[in-house]
Design a protein around this ligand. Structure first.
Ligand code: ADP
Ligand code: ZN
Ligand code: ZN
Length: 651
């Protein structure tokens, strides 16, 4: 007997291995095989008796699983993803499948029967729920719920999930961040009990495998997880939910560079299951498709209960002022809010103590020697590169001109924490960012302390903006809205708009009306007018026209080809060779536009120089064809070619 095995390597075909007499190997199992000189994990996709000719067939070393953990439909999906994103099927399978060896058998989970929960939906929620199920009967499977923050999208998802589970079908519920999955997990656990599993990268490998198998076997019926949960399999998938569908973290940043939202569309079509996207600020692409009628569009325009959308004020701040972190107005409202026993959230979209360190005499900014980004000053006196992790001590003299005048510009979360603590003496300030939440359990801790009222002011990076539901927060302050607005990326304003709407939505979710104060250096930016009126439609139309004028998505598809390597000359030489090859293969196809080559906005990261080419085209197939024909031109072993289809990040 012979097995066709895919291994995780950039080759499009499977490899044939022989199965020893006494070995139990079945389709859908992972096996260990010798590949070249290495032992690798492989995926058995078929078994047959055709002895291959022309080479000596090797035996499979051993099976990893004792029962299959994937089925035919995952293999087909892997081929589809591999064609779209130009990654090999074996690479897709290795991303899609867990890598643990023996699942931890912690305790038996009886099939949970906690399905008694029954919150009545509000009329608008009920209408959306019914409309989606009616459409399903007519095979209309893709839906978008555009619901303002606090409108109860989650309740609709829960009802849809219950509906499916009552019919013995299963549900995948994707959220963009692990932090978010923990709060929603609590909520779903009340409803679904042990029939719920979690799936994300902070679980151990064996926990992941354990949960994977519980879902695969049907023992668990609903899975909540981040991006990679989109590959969970089950015999009868009824519904995929993509919450906060606009979020960039659904896009994977290494090969295969898939977007979980697109994979959800593929699965919906193949497996005839509902796919429900939700957001308060849908991505321009999704909304465009919905308005064209390709995706069912549903709106929730009211907050649950009597809660109102918060009032938003835009305040221009003066960078010359001494304490520019907190304007007098924000200070005043914060005092009032705290005095009335409510809580405050401050958003500062940046880490560290004082982001940039600069020479006061020659104005040079201290940069990471390995990446061309500025170093960030941290409280313990070190300078840190947030791209590669490089650390150095704060120098006493400027490396360029030897002046002793080293100054720090701007403020990071740590410094703001100090000044906020000073101003609101005696209040409990908690800082939440990647540095403070690295420890496991911190998020649960923060959620508990916010709910109990122990924390007065929650200060943090974009982590505080997403999804949290704290009814006693009635003031949100955005300390500097401009951060991230002026980066060279066509999605910059969409990202900032959605971040600011999200964080605004944390305010006034309870009985108390909410307020939002947004501080900016540039209050003339068109984005703020839409934000002030919480006008998504207005923003959407404004942004759509910009995209149309420049022929960006949704009016085109993009592909980014980036070459990186330690030798700048080799990188440059090869990017031009790639350009010539692409041009040759594009000949006659005027629907494709080639931009570049150019140094990427982050020209050097971790000692690697980065140059890129961007292709714009009306049809993805044509882009993929041209790239497939041209990629072979890069054969230098010291260079790496990244192919990113529908890139999200183009820095
Ligand atoms: P969204 O996900 O749209 O931001 P949520 O689903 O978090 O909104 O709902 C906001 C708040 O309103 C939550 O505390 C939720 O429990 C409550 N809520 C929403 N709909 C209902 C309902 N039908 N019955 C009871 N509570 C609801
Ligand atoms: Zn200097
Ligand atoms: Zn660096």
């Amino acid at each position: 007997m012979y097995a066709e095995v895919f291994v995780s390597c950039p080759l499009d075909s499977s490899f044939t291995y022989s199965v020893p007499e006494d070995m139990d190997v079945r389709v859908g199992m992972r096996v260990r095989v010798e590949f070249g000189k290495r032992t690798m994990q492989g995926y058995v996709v078929s078994l047959h008796c055709n002895k291959p000719e022309g080479f000596k067939v090797k035996d499979i070393i051993e099976p990893i699983d004792d029962t299959p953990i994937f089925n035919e439909s995952l293999v087909e999906l892997a081929h589809e993803i591999s064609a779209t994103y130009l990654a090999a099927p074996g690479e897709v399978l290795s991303t899609a499948l867990p890598s643990g060896y023996r699942p931890s058998d912690r305790h038996k989970h009886p099939f949970g029967s906690c399905l008694k929960y029954n919150a009545a939906l509000m009329p608008q929620q009920e209408a959306v729920f019914n409309a989606i199920l009616d459409a399903e009967k007519n095979d209309s499977l893709l839906h978008l719920i555009h619901g303002i923050t606090g409108s109860g999208k989650t309740e609709v998802y829960i009802k849809l999930a219950q509906h499916m589970i009552e019919r013995n079908r299963s549900v995948i519920y994707c959220v963009p961040e692990i932090n978010l999955s923990s709060q929603i997990y609590e909520r779903l656990h009340h409803v679904f009990g042990d029939s719920l599993i979690v799936y994300h990268s902070q679980l151990t490998k064996n926990q992941r495998l354990h949960n994977w198998k519980r879902f695969y076997s049907g023992d668990a019926r609903i899975a909540i997880g981040t991006r990679s949960a989109i590959f969970l399999q089950n015999s009868d998938l009824g519904c995929i939910i993509i919450d906060e569908e606009h979020d960039g973290s659904y896009k994977e940043n290494s090969t295969p560079r898939y977007n979980a939202r697109r994979v959800a569309f593929y699965r919906s079509r193949r497996e005839k299951c509902l796919c429900v996207l939700g957001s308060a600020t849908p991505s321009i692409e999704t909304m465009y498709a919905a308005k064209k009628g390709l995706i069912g569009l549903h709106s929730l325009t009211e907050r649950y209960g009597d809660a109102q959308l918060p009032e938003v004020e835009i305040i221009k701040i003066d960078p010359e002022k001494k304490d520019k972190n907190l304007s007098p107005l924000l200070t005043l409202y914060t005092k009032r809010t705290l005095d009335s026993g409510h809580q405050v959230i401050y958003l500062l979209n940046r880490r560290g103590f004082s982001p940039v360190v600069m020479c006061g005499s020659c104005s040079s900014i201290l940069e990471c020697p390995h990446c061309n980004v500025s170093l960030t000053y941290h409280k313990n006196g070190s300078l840190l590169c947030h791209y590669c992790g490089y650390v150095q001590a704060l120098p006493k003299i400027c490396p360029s001109c030897s002046s002793e005048e080293i100054i720090r510009v701007g403020a990071g979360t740590q410094r703001v924490e100090e000044s906020v603590e000073k101003i609101f003496n005696g209040k409990n300030v908690f800082r939440m960012d990647q540095d403070s939440t690295r420890k496991k359990g911190t998020i649960y801790d923060v959620i508990g302390r916010m709910n109990s009222g122990e924390i007065d002011i929650l200060l943090g990076t974009q982590m505080v903006a997403k999804g949290f539901d704290f009814p006693r927060v009635s003031l949100v302050g955005v300390l500097l809205a401009d951060i991230g607005l002026n980066i060279p990326d066509f999605r910059a304003s969409e990202r900032i708009f959605s971040l600011l709407v999200q964080v605004s939505g944390r305010s006034g979710r309870g009985k108390e009306p909410g307020r939002v104060i947004i501080q900016t250096l540039d209050d003339g930016h068109p984005l703020f007018q839409f934000l002030q009126k919480q006008d998504y439609e207005g923003f959407y139309h404004h942004e759509l026209e910009t995209r149309r004028a420049l022929c960006y998505p949704p009016f085109s598809r993009l592909a980014r080809l980036l070459i990186r390597g330690k030798n700048r000359d080799a990188v440059e030489k090869n990017i031009y060779a790639l350009r010539d090859e692409l041009k040759k293969n594009m000949a006659g196809d005027s629907s494709i536009i080639l931009l570049g080559p150019a140094a990427a906005p982050l020209e050097k990261v971790g000692d690697n120089y980065r140059y890129h080419i961007i292709l714009k085209g009306a049809r993805l197939e044509n882009l993929c064809r041209v790239i497939s024909l041209s990629r072979h031109i890069i054969s230098d072993r010291n260079l790496y070619l990244e192919i990113d289809i529908d890139p999200y990040d183009i820095l």
